[in-house]
Design a protein around this ligand. Structure first.
Ligand SMILES: [Fe+2]
Length: 482
């Protein structure tokens, strides 16, 4: 006999956050406004967390939960929607036990003894498409390979034996022009290890370069940024300590007394030539882009002048007040030996989940896309920011409603930067269901050019990727920069 399923009455699981726990298959979403652009053909894949079973704990956090992979398939002037659990090792063990077996977020010492040694990844953070293969990713485990058509889980995957680390980032950069995959793993030899490794893979999945080095402390490295010559890793003082985990504590603690460190790693070189920079304690989850200007490297990120994860306390148990993220440019000068760096705000609006026209990742660029918070009611909208001027073009679905991360799709494979569409899941909170809207990426304020209605909630997605039909067929994106 097992216990009935009961979720705790905590804020996380109320209203829009109520666990959905449902796989969906809808053929032909209802078009309630506008027209689907005729040349939009491909699949938008996204990943997000849901809760398979209640953990029985009151300290669950929103970034935990089993991975659900979602597909919006644009074909024949219709859009189909499919969502499937990622059958991770964690999911399968809980499925068999009919209950939760995993405890506090990433703390293996709080798990049921029956799952000691079982891989804990939830595959809940993003979808990655590279060299014809689709994966679901979570940064504390290896990728899970997914069937691009059915979303069936094909298994935990070490990229043909290339990944020797125990983890793999959920923010890889797949260059849609060269079809190279640039990625990394942090805490790469296990919880609280300082090892980090950078990987570059060719369009045939062959490993081109692998650079191992040590972080200044065993911290969170959620994202990174690339340029043509340098890879940018920022180390913020959200730090893991094994002795804290053994006592059942949180995976990260915020150390406001410790510095931020930034490593510029030579993309085609070795760990010997890494350049280090240092500044006061701050943090970020997400980077928009980076580029090189002569001997300077610019990193644009949604920067918090404090702790970006206020649900992780200091070692003394103090929870710091939330601080807002601002799109900020950090500049690193490689000409001298000065380890400090400059930073300046690119836009006055609070924003998160930055994206670009990904053909311009690592290159000088102008157009970024962000979620912009509108106020205290939790509503949000989608913004286009001109990073040259700081100007914001913005659309919001309405009071109380919100948007999830937008996906830019170029109008054609060689369109100018920023000429294309933004596909955005909209959370119709008041109606407890979602829409998928398509906007002209150059005129967001004009409102959607198409709205597709879902009769169900897309509870939460973090990140994803657009794969055009041509790439689904050939395995390669093969875009051009204009
Ligand atoms: Fe992320």
């Amino acid at each position: 006999m097992v216990e009935p399923v009961r979720f705790p009455d905590i804020e996380l699981y109320r209203g829009w956050g109520a666990p959905m726990r449902t796989e969906c298959e809808i053929h032909g979403l209802e078009l309630t406004q506008g027209a689907i652009p005729a040349t939009l053909a491909g699949a938008l894949y996204k990943a997000g967390p849901d809760r398979q079973y209640p953990s029985g704990r009151s300290d669950d956090i929103f970034i935990d939960g089993e991975g659900m992979i979602h597909m919006f398939r644009f074909k024949d002037n219709q859009v189909d929607y499919l969502s499937r659990w990622v059958r991770t090792e964690r999911y399968e063990r809980q499925y068999a036990a009919k209950r939760s077996l995993f405890g506090r977020y990433r703390n293996r010492y709080t798990n049921d003894p029956s799952v000691a040694g079982v891989h804990m990844g939830t595959a809940n953070t993003t979808a990655m498409f590279h060299a014809g293969r689709l994966y679901a990713l979570k940064e504390d485990d290896l990728p899970y390979r997914i069937d691009p058509e059915t979303l069936a889980t094909l298994g935990r995957d070490d990229l043909d034996g290339a990944i020797r680390a125990e983890t793999f980032t959920a923010h890889p950069k797949v260059d849609p022009v060269t079809d190279q995959l640039l990625a990394f793993a942090y805490q790469a030899r296990g919880d609280a290890t300082r090892d980090i490794v950078f990987y570059a893979f060719g369009p045939d999945r062959r490993l081109l370069n692998e650079i191992w080095f040590e972080m200044p402390y065993a911290c969170n490295v959620h994202d990174f940024a690339i340029t043509d010559e340098w890879i940018v890793f920022a180390f913020f003082p959200l730090i893991t300590a094994v002795e804290v985990l053994k006592k059942g504590g949180s995976f990260y603690q915020w150390h406001p007394d410790k510095s931020t460190h930034v490593a510029l790693v030579p993309r085609h070189g070795s760990a010997r030539d890494i350049r280090w920079f240092e500044g006061p304690a701050m943090s970020a989850g997400h980077m928009m882009n980076a580029h090189r200007e002569g001997a300077k490297v610019h990193l644009d990120l949604c920067l918090y002048e404090g702790n970006c994860f206020p649900f992780f306390s200091t070692p003394q148990g103090e929870f710091t007040a939330p601080v807002p993220p601002f799109l900020t440019r950090m500049t690193f000068d490689l000409t001298g030996n000065d380890r400090s760096f400059e930073r300046r705000r690119l836009m006055p609006n609070v924003c998160e989940m930055p994206r670009t026209d990904d053909r311009y990742q690592g290159q000088p660029y102008r157009h970024g896309y962000v979620i912009v918070n509108r106020g205290m009611d939790g509503s949000s909208g989608i913004g286009h920011v001109d990073v040259h001027t700081g100007e914001l073009d913005f659309w919001a679905p309405g009071a109380g409603d919100g948007v999830q991360e937008g996906q830019f799709v170029p109008r054609a494979r060689d369109s100018p930067e920023g000429d294309g569409w933004l596909i955005v899941p909209v959370s119709r909170v008041s109606q407890m269901r979602s829409d998928l809207v398509i906007l002209d990426a150059r005129q967001l304020a004009a409102g959607p050019i198409a709205t597709l209605k879902l009769p169900v909630r897309v509870r939460s997605t973090f990140h994803g990727t657009w794969v055009p039909d041509t790439a689904l067929q050939s395995g390669l994106f093969n875009y051009r920069r204009s």
